[in-house]
Design a protein around this ligand. Sequence first.
Ligand code: AMP
Length: 206
Amino acid sequence: MKLILLGAPGSGKGTQAAYISEKYDLPHISTGEIFRENIKEMTPLGVKVKAVMDTGNLCPDDLTVELVKERLSKPDCKNGYLLDGFPRNIYQASALDEIDAPDKVINLDIDLSKIEHRITGRRSCAKCNGSYHVDFIGNVNTCPNCGSELTIRKDDTVEVVKERLAVYEVQTAPLIDYYKAQGKLVNVDGDKSIKEVFDEIVKVLG
Ligand code: AMP
């Protein structure tokens, strides 16, 4: 199964991807995560994308497509993939259609007016990649999953969130119609609880 998780920043793609990846045994490929790892390790790629990521804008298309193409060529993608955060625009989507087209696209549909709250309350674990919201875990500093320190992503600030949302609306939202036209889009209400959203995804995946 070749799957894409589509949705605005903060729609819960990362959280749902972790569950889907485990249940369906699909490699979870998050381009944002790959970029963050490279920044942490200060690789040449990380150095190249850091400034643009800090502003909330998209990393260069060619570089991102190349990265995904290489990742999809790995043996663990032989039986499918779960893409989270890619494609982010029509250019990337048509490039993916050439490389290895998806079977289904799940769009996590959320109330965009709640995004700022969803993102600025987010706490992330750099060790296990867990992502939580202070509404649910309170103001704790340690990861409920692995006990490591929780941090706030550098691009999870109010100003950067505004830019990320603008980028989403202009560049990424048109993908909804793109995949609808291909008959691959499934809408899931992302404003429900984590469990309810996951149950709905399982239902549509069959
Ligand atoms: P995410 O973790 O998906 O929220 O992505 C965080 C940031 O990584 C984005 O705001 C972009 O700067 C960059 N990024 C992630 N995925 C892509 C992509 N497919 N194309 C371009 N930039 C991306």
